[in-house]
Design a protein around this ligand. Structure first.
Ligand SMILES: [Zn+2]
Length: 492
C-alpha cells in the first residue's frame, strides 16, 4: 500500500467509523470486482424492482444480480422460510400457501421437445416473468444479470418420474439423474431458453448432492446416513459397464455398507471398530468408490455440457457453478471438487463459504458421522481431525453452533480455492452468508460479522463475493455492512 492508498484507506475507515453503516454506504460505488446478490422473484414482486435495486446499489455496492430463475426449493426462492423471523423489509407474512416454485421466466416449448419434462412454469405470480420485469432497469443501471438455478425438483410434476434417479432398493428417488437424457436435455433446453430469449450476462447452476458412497455414510450436514443412495437406474448401470464397473458387485457392496450403517445407527460397534470395518468393506468392494466417482464424473459432464451449450449460443455469457457447502465439511466431497479439473468449463466458481451457519452445519456433520466412519472418535476428536485435515482453526464442538465459524475460515477457504485453481482464469466468487437461517438459539449474522467475512474473502484473493442465499431472508443492517466494506477495500 503506498502513501496515497494508505491515506484513502485511513480516510475511508475514519468515515466508516464515524457514521452509521447505512450512511457510510449511501453512495453507489462501482467496482470492477464482482459484488453479487442472490434474489428471488418474490422480492421484486413484493417490494418493487426500483426499490430493491436502489437498496442493492446504494447500500451494498452490488453490481451483479443472481436472479433465481428456476427452482422448486425455498433456499433461493420464496419469502423467509416459515418458522424463521421475517426480515425488516418485504411483505410481513409467510408465503406458505403461495410458494410452489418452477421457472420464474416464460418457457418456450421449442427448447423442450426432447425431454418428457415440459410443465414447470412457476404458478406463484401468474404470468410474471422475473427477467422481463428486472432486465430493463438492471441494464439502465449498468448492473449485470445472471440466471441462477438449482438442481431441486418436486415429485408432483407431470412426467418427472421418468427423469428420477433410482435408489439402491430400486424405488424412485426425488432427485433427477444426470445420465438420463431426459434430464440432460431439459437442463440444456433451460439454458438455451435463457441464453437466446433474454439479454442476460451469464448462468449459474448448483447441485447440492453427492454420490452413493458419501450418501450412504451420511457424510454431509444435511440428511441422515442411508438416505438418497443413488443412482442405480438403467442409464447409470449401462454407463458403469462401459467404464468396466460391475453393477452387481457395486449393488452387493452397497448392501454390505448398508448393514454397517444400520448397525451403527443401533450403536452396535463392529468388533474391529467403525474405521477398520469400513475399510474392510471398501477393500472387498472397490466398486463402492467407483460408483461414487461415476456419479461425480456425471456431474462434471453435466457442467461441461451446459458450458458448451451456452458458449455455442453466446460465447460472451459467463457460465459457472455454485459449489455446495459440504465442500467445507466432508473431506471425501472436497476431494471430488478438484478445482483444476473444473476450471476448463467454469468461467467462475461460487464456492460456498457461509461462516455463520457453518458452525451449526459443521456440528451437524460431525454428529452425522458419529455412527459410521468416525464412530470410534468422540465428537470433539472427530471435529479436531476435520479441522486438521481441512486446515481450519475454529472453536470447540460445544461452541460452534452458537458462535458460527470465523472470518478466518472464510479467508482460509478462499485462499485454498484460489491456490486450487492454480492460475486458471476461472473467477473465484465466494458465497457470503447473510442471515442464512439457523436454529433459534444458534449464532446469527451481525453487520460486523458480515463485514469481516467480506474483507476476509478479498484478503484470501477472491475476484468478488456473492451475497447469499436470498434477499428475502436478509436483514437490512447486515446487507448494508457490505457497502462500507467494499469502500474500505478500495477495489478500483
Ligand atoms: Zn441414473
Amino acid at each position: 500500500m503506498d502513501r496515497r492508498q494508505f491515506v484513502q484507506s485511513a480516510a475511508a475507515t475514519a468515515v466508516t467509523a464515524a457514521m452509521p453503516s447505512w450512511q457510510a454506504g449511501a453512495a453507489p460505488l462501482k467496482t470492477k470486482k464482482m459484488i453479487g446478490i442472490q434474489v428471488g422473484a418474490v422480492s421484486f414482486v413484493d417490494e418493487g424492482v426500483e426499490k430493491v435495486l436502489d437498496e442493492f446499489e446504494d447500500q451494498a455496492s452490488v453490481n451483479t444480480l443472481f436472479i433465481a430463475t428456476f427452482t422448486y426449493g425455498r433456499g433461493i426462492a420464496g419469502r423467509q422460510v416459515p418458522g424463521q423471523p421475517l426480515p425488516d423489509h418485504g411483505k410481513q407474512a409467510y408465503d406458505t400457501d403461495t410458494f410452489y416454485g418452477g421457472s420464474y421466466t416464460k418457457v418456450d416449448p421449442k427448447y423442450f421437445s426432447n425431454t418428457p419434462f415440459k410443465s414447470f412454469r412457476a404458478p406463484d405470480f401468474g404470468d410474471y416473468d422475473v427477467l422481463e420485469a428486472v432486465l430493463p432497469s438492471a441494464r439502465k443501471r449498468g448492473l449485470k444479470t445472471i440466471c441462477w438455478f438449482e438442481d431441486v425438483f418436486r415429485n408432483d410434476r407431470p412426467n418427472i418420474q421418468e427423469l428420477q434417479e433410482k435408489e439402491l432398493s430400486g424405488k424412485n428417488a426425488s432427485t433427477l439423474c444426470f445420465n438420463n437424457p431426459g434430464y440432460r436435455n431439459w437442463l440444456l433446453g433451460m439454458v438455451e431458453n435463457w441464453s437466446r430469449s433474454y439479454d442476460v450476462d451469464g448462468i449459474m447452476w448448483g447441485s447440492e448432492r453427492q454420490g452413493a458412497f458419501s450418501n450412504m455414510l451420511g457424510a454431509s450436514h444435511g440428511g441422515a446416513a442411508g438416505d438418497r443412495v443413488t443412482c442405480f437406474c438403467g442409464f447409470c448401470v449401462a454407463k458403469a459397464k462401459g467404464r468396466g464397473i460391475n453393477p452387481e458387485r457395486a449393488r452387493q457392496g452397497f448392501l454390505e455398507l448398508n448393514k454397517f450403517v444400520q448397525a451403527g445407527q443401533r450403536k452396535e460397534r463392529p468388533v474391529d471398530g467403525y474405521y477398520v470395518t469400513l475399510w474392510r468393506i471398501m477393500l472387498r468392494y472397490p466398486e463402492l468408490l467407483a460408483w461414487e466417482m461415476l456419479w461425480t464424473d456425471s456431474l462434471r459432464e453435466t457442467y461441461a455440457a451446459i458450458y458448451q451449450k451456452v458458449k455455442e449460443i453466446k460465447p460472451s455469457l459467463q457460465v459457472g457453478w455454485h459449489i455446495w457447502h459440504n465442500n467445507s465439511f466432508n473431506p471425501i466431497y472436497r476431494a471430488e471438487q478438484d478445482l483444476a479439473v473444473l476450471a476448463p468449463y467454469s468461467d467462475f466458481l461460487k464456492i460456498v463459504i457461509y461462516n455463520n451457519c457453518g458452525g451449526e452445519r459443521m456440528a451437524r456433520y460431525v454428529e452425522n458421522l458419529s455412527q459410521s466412519i468416525y464412530g470410534d472418535l468422540a465428537g470433539q476428536e472427530s471435529l479436531e481431525f476435520h479441522y486438521r485435515v481441512l486446515n481450519y482453526q475454529e472453536r470447540s464442538l460445544a461452541e460452534i453452533p452458537f458462535t458460527g465459524l470465523s472470518a478466518d475460515y472464510v479467508y482460509r477457504e478462499t485462499k485454498r480455492a484460489r491456490d486450487g485453481l492454480n492460475g486458471a482464469k476461472t473467477l473465484l466468487w465466494p458465497g457470503i452468508d447473510i442471515d442464512i437461517p439457523t436454529a433459534e438459539n444458534s449464532s446469527k449474522c451481525t453487520p460486523e460479522g458480515v463485514r469481516e467475512a467480506v474483507l476476509a474473502a478479498f484478503r484470501g484473493g477472491c475476484d468478488g463475493v456473492l451475497l447469499s442465499r436470498k434477499y428475502s431472508e436478509m436483514k437490512l443492517a447486515n446487507l448494508r455492512s457490505v457497502g462500507p466494506a467494499v469502500k474500505q477495500l478500495d477495489l478500483g
